[in-house]
Design a protein around this ligand. Structure first.
Ligand code: BDR
Ligand code: CA
Length: 345
């Protein structure tokens, strides 16, 4: 399924730091980001989530190899959320976090200074504001914003796969990334940096049907074949869910598609609050969609959250097509040298 290379973009590519817990759909997101000409991946930082952080590093490096990706720095970050221990999603992503792909281990070395230093340096050294794309529990991002608040000055915004309007996956009301580290999500939403939440409501809508991913699996390009196998794994896991069961989920990659092509997403700016109390609602993103003043405000009870651009709709077919065209176009020309890349190893 080889396509001609994508047309080079006429505007400079968006500098991006990807924070991941690779993860089946994080792997798809890495593929898309590395191969889309409008995205310049400056750094990849890893955090515990779908699997433990060391496995996340291993998986991310192996996916870069499969992509034949240029040199891009990858760093290990937090091994547990701000409070409590890590609770993985291996029942969804497999024991290795990649659905049992057994990818060859990479000879690429992670950045020795760790995720926070890599994020700090990459953001501050960038001549243009950086978009931070969070596809995992927000532990690294919250630690960064608290430890080095000066980075906010050079952040264009944060696009985070996280939260849900209409019901969760980790619990009846909480989406996994927010549920895994609710305090981190609350810190990020309160940081003052513009945040777009690519939540479950849109995440669950972008799928690749079996007839397409079966073709990908036979592709001579190892990255495209890997994408086919990952999508097949995803389909197997979600098959019984009538809301998404007609294909493999593009998942986190959809959030990166929206960075390359913002028109794919419809957002509304609403106050969002992360429920932190122990119990059934912990990790829920409570989104205030009211138009009329509520009794809370009338009686002086502060129940409002922070204003966030919440994704309410996605052009799911166009997103799927953009994803497929991009990964099938093969490796992109390097985005060129810059200070951040020069210090990556
Ligand atoms: C999120 O949790 C993980 O399983 C996926 O990688 C995605 O980031 C969906 O809730
Ligand atoms: Ca993820």
């Amino acid at each position: 399924m080889s396509n001609p290379p994508l047309e080079p973009s006429t505007t400079p590519p968006v500098p991006v730091v990807l924070d991941v817990d690779t993860g089946v759909d994080d792997a798809l997101a890495l593929m898309f980001a590395v191969r889309h000409p409008a995205i310049d991946v400056r750094a990849i930082t890893c955090v515990a989530g779908n699997t433990d952080v060391d496995q996340v590093v291993t998986n991310s490096l192996a996916v870069l190899d499969a992509l034949d990706a240029p040199d891009v720095a990858v760093a290990r970050g937090a091994e547990q959320p701000l409070l409590g221990g890590s609770r993985d999603a291996r029942h969804v992503h497999g024991a290795d976090g990649l659905g049992g792909q057994r990818l060859p281990s990479s000879s690429r070395m992670p950045f020795a200074g760790g995720a926070l230093e890599l994020m700090r340096m990459t953001i501050l050294d960038s001549p243009d504001p950086v978009t931070l794309v969070s596809l995992a529990p927000m532990t690294n991002v919250a630690l960064l914003l608290r430890a080095y608040p000066e980075v906010k000055e050079n952040l264009r915004g944060i696009v985070a796969m996280g939260g849900a309007l209409e019901g969760g996956n980790a619990t009846p009301v909480a989406e996994f990334n927010v549920w895994h580290d609710p305090e981190a999500a609350a810190i990020v939403l309160a940081s003052g940096v513009p945040v777009t939440l690519y939540g479950l409501d849109v995440f669950s809508r972008v799928v690749v049907e079996a007839e397409t991913y079966e073709v990908l699996r036979d592709d001579p390009d190892p990255a495209v074949a890997l994408a086919g196998r990952l999508l097949a794994h995803s389909h197997e896991v979600i098959r019984s869910d009538p809301r998404v069961g007609h294909g493999g989920l593009v998942g986190d990659a959809g959030a990166v598609c929206s960075v390359a092509s913002p028109g794919l997403l419809t957002t509304r700016r609403w106050p969002v609050h992360v429920a932190l109390a122990p119990g059934l609602t912990r990790g829920q993103t409570v989104v205030d969609r009211r138009y009329v003043l509520g009794e809370d405000a009338v009686h002086g009870v502060d129940s409002l959250g922070h204003l966030v651009d919440v994704a309410v709709d996605v052009d799911h077919e166009a997103t799927r097509d953009l994803f497929l065209t991009t990964i099938c176009a093969g490796p992109q020309a390097s985005h060129g040298d810059d200070t951040a890349r020069a210090v990556q190893r």
